[in-house]
Design a protein around this ligand. Structure first.
Ligand code: TRP
Ligand code: SF4
Length: 327
């Protein structure tokens, strides 16, 4: 039996960090075995908030695809493409916009939240409100059965499901109704214990140098109750320890856990050990990345191939859609 198809995308708004790796990419990598995966750069989506500043979008498109390959996504197994290169997305988006009731968009929790959070940007636009309609076009174009996203994106997939049902009901049964595939990986926090995000300045990037890593880890907030080295700490609530659990071997983790509780290990030493593990963990990713940077033509070829594969499916779907709509 053919593998089911899944689709997910990322907005190209800068280089990737550990939050992307732990929250999305490792999951995407795992899913490659089980599904036919379509992963794309949502550059039109980036325009919804950055329409006045498009430089970063173009810059980060290829950066992100190199990051994907560096962390082990396989372009031979999965399809990587760029949204704006497949013009069919725009047509499907337009048709969906005709049948999407405005209240569905206005009550979208992500929309309301973003309006507040991005209050420094003028995003009271038609395009920003329609963000989930474009996302529905991205997903349904490939007749995906699943959409691997973080919890924050679940309302958008819910809207996609509603749009699929509405289209099928009004015209013909063209689209399967896709499910959310939530990532099992636990969220990694930023150096200040808030959600890791470039805009908070608390992110550790996949491409950070060893020196940058040392300095960021040095500034990490630990157990806030542990004011002096002689105070016992609680690793269970310490973000540094959370990183140890990912990047340090099990037996050393145990020693650190005990040493922290008995105040035998100080935070400075503990952080140094963690930084070593983290640097080691990122080294193979960075090595792969350097190799790709020296072969940009190869990266372009990967994207062109992916675009071709995506486009041929998009054309088929659009033929069915036009037939159903009779226009
Ligand atoms: N909205 C998603 C995000 O910000 C990006 C995205 C666009 C997407 N289209 C998609 C994700 C389709 C999954 C499927 O993360
Ligand atoms: Fe956190 Fe390590 Fe300090 Fe304990 S010793 S509080 S685990 S940084």
């Amino acid at each position: 039996m053919a593998k089911g198809r899944i689709v997910s995308g990322m907005r190209p708004t800068g280089k990737l960090h550990l939050g992307h790796l732990r929250g999305a990419l490792l999951n995407w990598k795992r899913l490659q075995e089980e599904f036919q995966c379509f992963y794309f750069i949502a550059d039109w989506h980036a325009l919804t908030s950055d329409y006045a500043n498009t430089e970063i979008i173009k810059e980060s498109t290829y950066d992100i695809i190199m990051d994907w390959i560096s962390v082990g996504l396989n372009p031979e197994q999965s399809t990587f493409f760029v949204q704006s290169h497949i013009k069919e997305h725009a047509e499907l988006y337009l048709l969906f916009s005709m049948l999407t009731p405005l209240p569905w968009l206005e009550r979208n929790p992500t929309y309301k939240e973003q309006l507040k959070e991005l209050s420094h940007k003028d995003i009271f636009t038609y395009g920003f409100l329609g963000y989930p309609v474009l996302q529905a076009a991205d997903i349904l174009m490939y007749k995906a059965i699943g959409v691997p996203v973080g919890e924050d994106q679940a309302p958008h997939v819910e809207l996609t499901r509603e749009i699929a049902r509405r289209f099928n009901h009004i015209y013909e049964e063209v689209f399967p109704v896709p499910k959310v595939v939530l990532a099992p990986t636990s969220k990694i926090l930023g150096t200040d214990r808030r959600k890791m995000s470039k805009s908070y300045g608390n992110a550790i990037f996949l491409t950070d140098t060893d020196k940058e890593i040392d300095s960021k880890v040095g500034q990490m907030i630990t157990d806030p109750q542990r004011a002096r080295k002689t105070d016992p700490g609680d690793p269970e609530i310490c973000n540094v320890f959370f990183f140890h659990e990912i990047y340090t071997d099990k037996s050393t983790c145990k020693e650190i856990h005990a040493g922290c509780k008995s105040a035998e290990i100080g935070c400075v030493q503990c952080k140094k050990m963690m930084a070593e593990g983290l640097k080691e963990g990122l080294a193979p990713i960075k090595a792969k990345r350097r190799e790709l940077e020296s072969r940009l033509d190869k990266v372009r070829e990967i994207v062109n191939d992916g675009n071709d594969r995506a486009r041929s499916i998009a054309r088929e779907t659009m033929a069915q859609v036009r037939e159903a709509v009779k226009i």
